[in-house]
Design a protein around this ligand. Structure first.
Ligand code: IPD
Ligand code: CA
Ligand code: CA
Length: 265
């Protein structure tokens, strides 16, 4: 398995996908809803995922592919050695309202669901974040590192709210409030993957979210780790198959324990 070759291939696919996303962005958006009225899907999400998945199926038929819109495809997950995670548009609410902050995410993981290669592409700014396990993380091919900031009062962090927020009391409001009182700034930008890529390149010191899906965080977690940061659950642990845990804390490492303490206090 040549990870460098796969990395370069996914970059090509992500750029192609970004082109499709931007074609739809320039036209009236056609949208419907999924789990709740806050959980939006557009014709662009579906069309873009089709383009990505077709390419992956053609080149990696022996792998299993998990797409946000299409579910599982390709090889039987019981037999597959490798798993792809695809989020054609992360930040669909932004996309649907023509707010220019969203991205396409593609990641490859091994059968234990450790991410091996990840790409997060922002087609609006034409910024492409990528990482290879053990090799590093890059923005447009230039190596990136997490920030050096080591205290919360100088940190800018980001988070997101679950689509179940109208009915689930575990809605991140208490955690959000605790962070507001301790950090320099909290942002809700609306794209978990792009915000996490910003942790990798030092624009944010941290990101946290619960009820998050594997396709949102597979590429992003690898970016943060390869940029020298830390990735855990709310207990501060990184158990096997953490991508499936539905909760994530990503940081520059320096403020990680303080973030975990705020999330569990
Ligand atoms: C969502 C975005 C949002 C995050 C949600 C995700 P989507 O992904 O990343 O910022 O808070 O948890 O589901 O639905 O736009 O692909
Ligand atoms: Ca997403
Ligand atoms: Ca999505």
């Amino acid at each position: 398995m040549n990870l460098q070759h796969i990395h370069d291939h996914i970059i090509t696919i992500a750029r192609q996908a970004g082109g499709v996303v931007m074609q739809y962005y320039e036209q009236p958006i056609v949208q419907s809803t999924k789990s709740t009225a806050a959980d939006v899907v557009t014709t662009a999400d579906k069309a873009t995922e089709k383009v990505i998945v077709a390419e992956l199926l053609e080149h990696y038929p022996q792998h299993h592919i998990v797409g946000e819109e299409g579910g599982g495809q390709g090889a039987d997950p019981e037999l597959a050695e490798y798993f792809w995670y695809v989020d054609p548009i992360d930040g669909t609410n932004n996309f649907a309202n023509k707010i220019p902050h969203f991205c396409t995410c593609i990641a490859l993981a091994d059968k234990d669901l450790n991410p091996l290669v990840g790409v997060v592409y922002d087609p609006v700014r034409d910024e492409l974040f990528s990482a290879i396990r053990g090799e590093g993380a890059w923005c447009d091919g230039v190596a990136v590192r997490v920030s050096e900031t080591d205290d919360l009062s100088r940190s800018v962090v980001s988070s997101g709210f679950p689509y179940s927020k109208w009915t689930n009391d575990d809605d991140n409001l208490a955690e959000w409030g605790r962070f507001v009182k301790r950090v320099r700034g909290v942002r809700r930008m609306g794209s978990a993957a792009l915000d996490s890529a910003y942790v990798a390149c030092g624009r944010f010191e941290g990101y946290w979210e619960r009820y998050i899906n594997s396709w949102d965080i597979a590429a992003a977690a690898l970016l943060v780790l390869e940029a020298g940061g830390e990735v855990t659950n709310y207990a501060g642990e990184t158990p096997p198959r953490y991508l499936e845990q539905q909760e994530i804390v990503m940081s520059n490492g320096h403020i990680h324990q303080e973030m975990v303490k705020l999330l569990t206090s």
